[in-house]
Ligand binder design. Structure first.
Ligand SMILES: [Fe+2]
Ligand SMILES: [Fe+2]
Length: 316
């Protein structure tokens, strides 16, 4: 696990409050009846559906409902302070898929912990889905926070002494193989100004796309965050201490490096068969203790499979 550091290297300041987060991503839920309309056949949904049904992508997520149900049981048992969901709720951004995701993730259930959610590229699969705001309507209870000028993104929600700063990095892309993303100069400008308004506390950026892969390279052109340099500069100027993301379906932890002076944690996919896992973080001051919990189909439950720790950079 590149960049992970041993907790024995430093002394946890036990007097500080601990914030416990559950981070999950890329659930890719779908529905039996998608509600195809004639105009959908002229969009990338057709090739996306072919990929899901004929080329086998669907089989990779055939147990997604059972896995999400196990995740929800785990969340209720462990009762974290907040949930962080880093996108790709659906496969093709159909209204029926958003309805299934909202129901299965208990988004409207007031007994669930508070949550922060951002869309992934699959939630903006077509321009129509993005413009219609289907993700934002479905996840409205998970998008409560401080924002600027009435824009949906970015927004910030404080959990104990920790600011969760949600940034939208997903864009609808016309070409069917294009899974790249972008935050955009206008949102980055709002992010900088929003950060200026926030009071003290650790700043954790929440978004779908990574800045780097596990090995420190950029993702391929068709999967990359196109404005990764501007995003890294803005996050640094904002005093971000940690970048949480999904999009890559294998989980990993990457420490600070040249150009990215804060760690990044990828939750991986919570539901993809064989890779199914999620993360729990205990944040005490600048100390993060992480636990990866992996799904065990025989028991229909998540169990601890790895631990990691990080000393996060402080707020500038
Ligand atoms: Fe995904
Ligand atoms: Fe994605």
């Amino acid at each position: 696990m590149s960049g992970a550091r041993s907790a024995s290297h430093y002394n946890p300041r036990m007097a500080e409050p601990t914030v416990r987060l559950v981070h999950f991503s890329d659930v890719h839920l779908t529905a039996k009846r998608l509600g195809w309309r004639r105009r959908d056949f002229a969009t990338k949904r057709l090739t996306g559906w072919f990929n899901v049904k004929v080329l086998g992508r669907g089989r990779r997520f055939q147990h997604a409902p059972a896995t999400v149900a196990a995740l929800m049981r785990s969340v209720r048992e462990r009762s974290p302070d907040a949930l962080v969901f880093t996108g790709d709720a659906t496969k093709l951004a159909f209204a029926a898929e958003f309805a299934a995701a909202g129901t299965q993730l208990n988004v409207e259930d007031p007994s669930m912990p508070p949550a922060v959610a951002v869309p992934g590229n699959h939630d903006y699969y077509t321009s129509e889905a993005a413009v219609a705001g289907q993700f934002e309507r479905t996840f409205a209870p998970w998008q409560v926070g401080v924002r600027l000028d009435g824009h949906a993104y970015p927004f910030a929600r404080k959990v104990g002494p920790v600011w969760l700063i949600a940034v939208n990095s997903a864009t609808p892309n016309r070409f069917h193989l294009d899974a790249s993303g972008e935050i955009g100069p206008a949102q980055l400008d709002r992010l900088r100004r929003l950060c200026d308004t926030l009071d003290g506390g650790l700043r954790v950026l929440v978004t779908h796309y990574p800045l780097r892969t596990e090995t420190g390279t950029l993702e391929k052109r068709m999967r990359v965050l196109r404005d990764h340099e501007a995003a890294a500069e803005t996050a640094t100027a904002c005093g971000v201490s940690l970048w949480l993301h999904g999009h890559i379906h294998r989980p990993f932890v990457r420490g600070a490096s040249a150009g990215v002076p804060f760690p990044m944690i990828c939750a991986g996919s919570c539901t993809q068969t064989g890779r199914w896992s999620y993360h729990e973080y205990a944040l005490t001051g600048r100390h993060l203790l992480g636990v990866r919990r992996t799904y065990a189909p025989a028991e229909d439950a998540f169990h601890e499979s790895d631990r990691f720790s990080l000393l996060l950079p402080g707020v500038t």
